[in-house]
Design a protein around this ligand. Structure first.
Ligand SMILES: Cc1cc2nc3c(=O)[nH]c(=O)nc-3n(C[C@H](O)[C@H](O)[C@H](O)COP(=O)(O)OP(=O)(O)OC[C@H]3O[C@@H](n4cnc5c(N)ncnc54)[C@H](O)[C@@H]3O)c2cc1C
Length: 381
């Protein structure tokens, strides 16, 4: 009987860790000593950072999508289904089709999704760019944009902490290119008392926005949207009339965790910040957005975690060794500061980021990454 690694979630983290392990253990997999199974509810992988470019007609949806099966290393078995419950006693993942997958080691990489029902009126009154459908609907609204007041609101937690800033700065430059900037008012809101949760980013962006005539409204937690009157109300009592409301809704984890009594508030999994174990479970690991770690929910985080976790899984599967390698909180985020310039953040648990001067070179680096991301997923880089 081979040792069975099961990974739930065929997104950024799930694909990477499956491919890293299969690459390192291809001989053991060929000898049927180890099996690697990836269970995913989507047969198509979608590169989510591309949604921002779809909004501004800079990328087409087809450029963001690939069949999951084309992204797998030899040796990874893909099962297309949804996990509905985990039975930790029997070490089984129960599937929507009624079947079960037995595991010796389990990785949960189920990501994060939007909570569109927390704020009354949001579904009817707001646009968002955190799903492909939302990005396409916003793209169509921008194609019709002749000017007016755009209000952006941010719910927490949400993935890619810098995407709301990127959208705002890209929109501002896009409006200038479209020659409607003089008829366009932009209001960026944020739930905290400054423009971003990361202090260095907040310090950098305040003068940047002032120079671009983008208003910042802090302590703004969206409470409800009156979609017919087009007014966004905050918990703090600020009413903002709008012509176009763009929201980053608060996120939550997949309900697999709650159905299995393994997750906590928000459906996030309580996770060890260094070895990524689900707390209280030696044979279950959490990867990427699904964890409750107070770090950025970002593809780069899922990537850096996947590298550490894969090394540990190789030891666990081949020798029963305890996970020795530690994730240090490493994260890397590009920030598009318009349509032609970008900067970046690099940080970890011990080292907060600084914000380098935006350049055209960093923007093109990001554009290149958008097109070679597939190689990263396949563990060939
Ligand atoms: C607009 C936008 C811009 C972004 N920009 C950046 C960026 O510039 N840089 C960056 O690093 N990150 C960025 N991100 C964030 C990045 O895309 C995510 O953080 C990353 O994809 C997280 O990887 P993950 O593996 O944890 O989750 P995901 O990649 O979301 O994958 C989770 C997978 O699990 C599947 N799943 C969930 N539940 C189940 C279940 N019960 N059974 C089976 N399958 C299940 C889902 O269908 C999905 O396929 C951006 C995201 C958005 C939306």
């Amino acid at each position: 009987m081979p040792k069975r690694l099961v990974i739930v979630g065929a997104g950024t983290g799930g694909l990477m860790v499956a491919n890293f392990v299969a690459r390192d253990l291809h001989s053991e997999i060929e000898r049927e000593e180890i099996s690697v199974t990836l269970l995913g509810e989507q047969e198509t992988y979608t590169y989510q950072p591309g949604y921002l470019y779809v909004v501004f007609d800079l990328m087409r949806p087809a450029q963001l999508m690939r069949p999951v099966r084309d992204l797998l290393s030899p040796g990874v078995r893909f099962v297309h289904d949804r996990a509905v419950r985990i039975d930790t006693g029997k070490r089984q993942v129960l599937r929507a089709d009624g079947d079960a997958l037995d595991y010796d080691v389990l990785v949960l990489a189920t990501g994060s999704g939007l909570n569109l029902d927390e704020v009354p009126g949001l579904r009817e009154g707001a646009h968002w760019f955190y799903t492909l459908e939302g990005a396409l609907r916003l793209r169509d609204a921008l194609r019709r944009w002749q000017g007016g007041k755009l209000v952006l609101t941010v719910g927490v937690p949400h993935k890619c902490p810098v995407a709301p800033l990127e959208f705002t700065m890209m929109f501002e430059e896009w409006a200038r290119h479209r020659k409607v900037r003089d008829k366009t008012e932009i209001v960026y809101t944020y739930p905290l008392g400054r423009a971003h949760s990361i202090q260095a980013v907040a310090d950098w962006v305040a003068p940047e926005f002032e120079a671009r005539d983008i208003a910042i409204e802090t302590f703004y937690n969206l409470e409800s949207v009156e979609h017919e009157e087009r007014i966004a109300h905050s918990l703090e009592g600020t009413d903002l009339p709008y012509d176009l409301l763009v929201s980053v809704p608060a996120h939550q984890g997949d309900d697999l965790g709650a159905a299995s009594h393994l997750s906590g508030a928000g459906n996030w999994y309580p996770t060890d910040r260094h070895n990524l174990r689900l707390q209280g479970h030696d044979d279950i690991f959490i990867l990427g957005d699904a964890s409750d770690l107070p770090i950025s929910k970002a593809g780069s985080v899922a990537h850096f975690e996947a590298e550490v976790l894969a090394d540990n899984l190789v030891g666990v599967l081949t020798e029963g060794a305890p996970p020795a390698n530690q994730y240090n909180g490493r994260a890397f985020c590009f920030i598009e500061t318009g349509l032609e310039r970008a900067t970046f953040l690099a940080f970890d648990y011990e080292h907060p980021p600084t914000v380098p001067e935006p350049t055209n070179a960093v923007h093109w680096f990001k554009q290149t990454y958008n097109r070679i991301h597939w190689a990263n997923l396949k563990a060939v880089m």
